[in-house]
Write a protein that binds this ligand. Sequence first.
Ligand SMILES: [Zn+2]
Length: 346
Amino acid sequence: MSVSFTEEQPHHPLFMHDQQVENVAHSLHLGITLQHNLKWDQHIDNTCIKAHKRLDILNSLSLKLSRHTLDILYKAYIRSILEYADILFGNATQDNLDKLNKVHKRGGKIVSGAIRGTSSEVIFNELAWETLDTRRDRRKLILYSDIVHNRAPPYLQPHIPQTVQERTQGRYQLRNNRNLSQPPARTETFKNSYFPSMVDVWNNTDPAIKSISTRTTLKTTLCRTTPKPSPFFSLGKRSINVVLARIRMECSELNSHLFANHVIAHPLCQCGQVETAAHYFLECPMYTLHRLRLVNQLRLLEIDFTIDILLHGTSYPASDRTLIEHIDQFITATDRFSLISGPPLP
Ligand SMILES: [Zn+2]
């Protein structure tokens, strides 16, 4: 393979043992597809194809496995593919990075039970997932720490950007003297490559985190800043789990959600009121008997009957486990959602 930024590859015949070596447009090295023009189209396309195949399998199990299990399977077997060597291809075009983001979103839809049209932000918020960009930035920080503290190959050290103080040779007492200085970049490709893109990440990181010198402590500290999923969201049967998740994400079969998502022409319940989550659980006269039973059960458990608790739990694991069973009984008895009242799963 000859590396060139021009479309037409320069042809320099190379011979080994009197045999001409074939000049190829791309080549696979340690799982990374390198292109002759140093772009990442081929690598990212290959990655997406591989990830989608595994997502198809996960999708076939999406109503059979718990959210917790689906989450673990997605992160271990699919997200790991999307993130393999991501520091290298961080300077791919936005179109290419968006292809990976779409795969990540599809994973989120399968694990959460969200429907088509739900935004990535809502899905990731429901699952407490981070975007691939955020996770890539964190790995950039860890690699920079490795380079500075001699845990990375030494040939990377000469590429460490100067600090502002070094660049100005200490002539000025600037507040950002300890920040890294952005190396000059003429092209977007270079600007988004590892060292220039890492500068912004590093400069915007908490000084307390930047001062950590050991890899384990750095990773543990960064891990503490990541969002944690609510245990309540994984409780109960998968079907109830998905119904509640869809209500929280406002993409359920409640008429106010169907109306907001342009599926039906009005948001009204059969009783004439707007069918919101609060209306369904707390107010609708069609479910008064079922609601009385739920209210009495929660009163015995000393759990407040509020829409926030019904959708997000109490934060007490023992109470939440009982709470989800009673919510399950209410939703099943009201027969309002096709996922519960439909034919049994194969
Ligand atoms: Zn109603």
